[in-house]
Ligand binder design. Structure first.
Ligand code: NAD
Ligand code: UDP
Length: 345
């Protein structure tokens, strides 16, 4: 399997430099950093379905080989096992930077590496973009708004972020990455696209991901207690993965003058208590709700203002929470009850 990856990686390296940067050719060479992760694997699939050649680059820290297993046989797909903290030499037309652990327990387990991934990793990919002339999209986050004092969050809001709390490696790392993106754009003419993604969920999240939707669904399906942190009155807005991927692709294809930052998320806002109730109802679970301490610096409320995305990209989410949860519950149900080979790591 590794030999296969190496052969494909080597193949990826031989494509000619700058043969068609920013061209309007329909088939592009697209690098998806973090392509084996939850969002990245869905993005790889969507790009392949659109006829592009896709190079998935990942260090497999939180990503899984099973997420991309069904793509491995495709000639248009290759995998490079690599950490973006180290420079990379590939020849590509477009770069999506999704490489970064996104779940609080995962990004907090090695916080220094999380900051390095956000900052040095973004720097390496921006240098690659500058050298190849590739357009580059950054998966930024609603976390740049921290615990927001402005509600809903608009792109012009600068945020309220603790620079040295448990979430800072991620929040400040992503903020610094945005700084690098805009400075590469201004100083080196790199075509950038910065999207601020709000909580996104769906099939292919890991059962041990640690984020709220996967935790609640797995707990409900396995009859464990449902763990609400704090009193459950804090809010989040949950976007289904298919809607989000559509937004990423629209943003990448938008006119060069649209750099962002641009919010992508579902403006429906729910308390964590309401989410727990919905999951219990949809799974018909007998799990009971218990409360655990609220983690430090946990944002009180979050909802995207998506006027800009709607106006500039013609984008708005189509999948409501109940329908998205049904699909997500189906994924975890299959994962937990059927040890099928394609689901093995
Ligand atoms: P994920 O953890 O499933 O995916 C991240 C992927 O990046 C994994 O495959 C992981 O192995 C890889 N990775 C991590 N560090 C790396 C490194 N140093 N070098 C190479 N690969 C590395 O998370 P996700 O939910 O798919 O998130 C993808 C991106 O979207 C992240 O950048 C995240 O910050 C951003 N984002 C996600 C959400 C969300 O709700 N899902 C919200 C805001 C932002
Ligand atoms: N949360 C919870 N129980 C869990 C996991 C998370 O109550 O088992 C809460 C968490 O404290 C936060 C919200 O759900 O208020 C969303 O958490 P998540 O980690 O999914 O995303 P983020 O906090 O990064 O938005």
């Amino acid at each position: 399997y590794l030999g296969n990856i190496r052969a494909r990686s080597a193949q990826a390296l031989v494509y000619g430099r700058n043969s068609s940067p920013h061209s309007h050719q329909s088939r592009k060479r697209v690098l998806v950093a973090g392509g084996a992760g939850f969002l990245g694997s869905h993005l790889c699939e969507a790009l392949l379905a659109a006829g592009h050649q896709v190079i998935c680059l990942d260090n497999f820290s939180t990503g899984l080989r099973r997420n991309i297993a069904r793509l491995n046989h495709l000639d248009a797909f290759s995998v490079v096992a690599h950490d973006i903290v180290l420079p990379t030499e590939l020849e590509v037309d477009e770069i999506y930077n999704l490489a970064c652990p996104a779940s609080p327990p995962h990004y907090q387990s090695d916080p220094v590496h999380t900051t390095k991934t956000c900052v040095i990793g973004s720097l390496n990919l921006l240098e690659l973009a500058a050298r190849t002339g590739a357009r580059i999209l950054q998966a930024s986050t609603s976390e740049v708004y921290g615990d927001p004092n402005v509600h809903p969050q608009v792109e012009s809001y600068w945020g309220n972020v603790n620079p040295f709390g448990p979430r800072s490696c991620y929040d400040e790392g992503k903020r610094c990455a945005e700084t690098l993106f805009f400075d590469f754009h201004k100083k080196h003419d790199v075509e950038i696209k910065v999207v601020r993604i709000f909580n996104t969920y769906g099939p292919r999240m890991r059962p041990d991901d640690g984020r709220v939707v996967s935790n609640f669904v797995v707990q409900a399906l396995t009859g464990q207690d449902i763990t609400i942190y704090g009193d459950g009155s804090q809010t989040r807005s949950f976007c289904f993965v298919d809607d989000l991927i559509d937004g990423l692709i629209r943003m990448m294809a938008s006119s060069a003058s649209l750099t962002g930052p641009i919010n992508l998320g579902n403006p429906g806002e729910f308390t964590i208590g309401e989410l727990a109730e919905q999951v219990i109802e949809l799974t018909r679970s007998r799990s009971k709700i218990i409360h655990r301490p609220l983690p430090a610096d946990d944002p009180r409320q979050r909802r995207p203002d998506i006027s800009l995305a709607t106006q500039e990209l013609g984008w708005r989410p189509n999948v409501d929470l109940a329908s998205g949860l049904v699909q997500t519950i189906g994924h975890f149900d299959r994962l937990l009850t059927r040890a099928t080979p394609e689901l093995a790591e």
